[in-house]
Design a protein around this ligand. Structure first.
Ligand SMILES: C[S@@+](CC[C@H](N)C(=O)[O-])C[C@H]1O[C@@H](n2cnc3c(N)ncnc32)[C@H](O)[C@@H]1O
Length: 195
């Protein structure tokens, strides 16, 4: 996870986080050891696909100990039982983020669009982003990261040629709290607040 985002989450008091295209949620389990939040993760892939790792260890951990999120044997790890887990963590696997957004009206203190918008056609990406801005609480923040130009990962899923500069414009729609002023060759990221 982006360290700037991590620091900001830690500074908030029990924020509601929405992670769209969440992929592997384990970093949030680790972060939960440091601060409280409620987390909703949405991803179109199935849970067992998301949690599969090459050595199988993480997958086994997830399946056997789904509710025990004291991770890595860390000292003072906090363990949640099943009820607590479902209070703090909700997942919507096999769910398209656009469907999810159209079916709910909840507001969130942090919305995460990490390495996801470049999978969509440009106009859909922009609509999705605007939809997310309307779902932020008054002081809520949005985090966006997009792949740099020429980054091939994910290309099979892409609906049209990807030009990261199109998505850089998204930054203009928020009050920017932090951004990496990366070149077009690097991962582009920012954190903003709806204006
Ligand atoms: C590159 S991964 C990023 C995962 C995570 N957000 C991160 O930054 O590590 C992109 C994720 O988006 C998911 N995804 C792509 N299109 C999606 C869609 N339309 N609805 C929901 N999830 C989607 C993929 O299944 C994948 O897990």
């Amino acid at each position: 996870m982006n360290t700037e985002l991590e620091h900001r989450i830690q500074q908030l008091s029990s924020p509601k986080i929405l992670d769209l295209g969440c992929g592997d949620p384990f970093t949030f389990f680790n972060l939960f050891q440091l601060c409280n939040f409620t987390y909703t993760g949405v991803d179109k892939r199935a849970e067992h696909v998301i949690c599969r790792k090459p050595n199988g260890k993480v997958a086994n951990y997830w399946i056997r100990n789904k509710y025990q999120i004291g991770i890595n044997g860390a000292e003072n790890s906090r363990y949640l039982d099943a009820d607590e887990f479902s209070k703090f963590f909700r997942f919507h696997f096999e769910t398209d983020i656009l469907n999810y957004l159209s079916l709910t009206s909840d507001k969130h203190d942090v919305i995460i669009l990490s390495n996801i918008l470049h999978f969509f056609p440009k106009e859909i990406a922009k609509q999705t982003y605007k939809h997310c801005l309307s779902r932020l609480t008054d002081d809520g923040v949005i985090y966006v990261s997009v792949f740099p130009d020429g980054y091939l990962y994910g290309i099979p899923d892409m609906a049209e040629p990807y030009n990261p500069r199109d998505l850089h414009e998204l930054k203009l729609e928020v009050h920017v709290l932090w951004a990496n002023e990366a070149s077009i060759d690097e991962m582009y990221q920012f954190i903003g607040r709806a204006t």
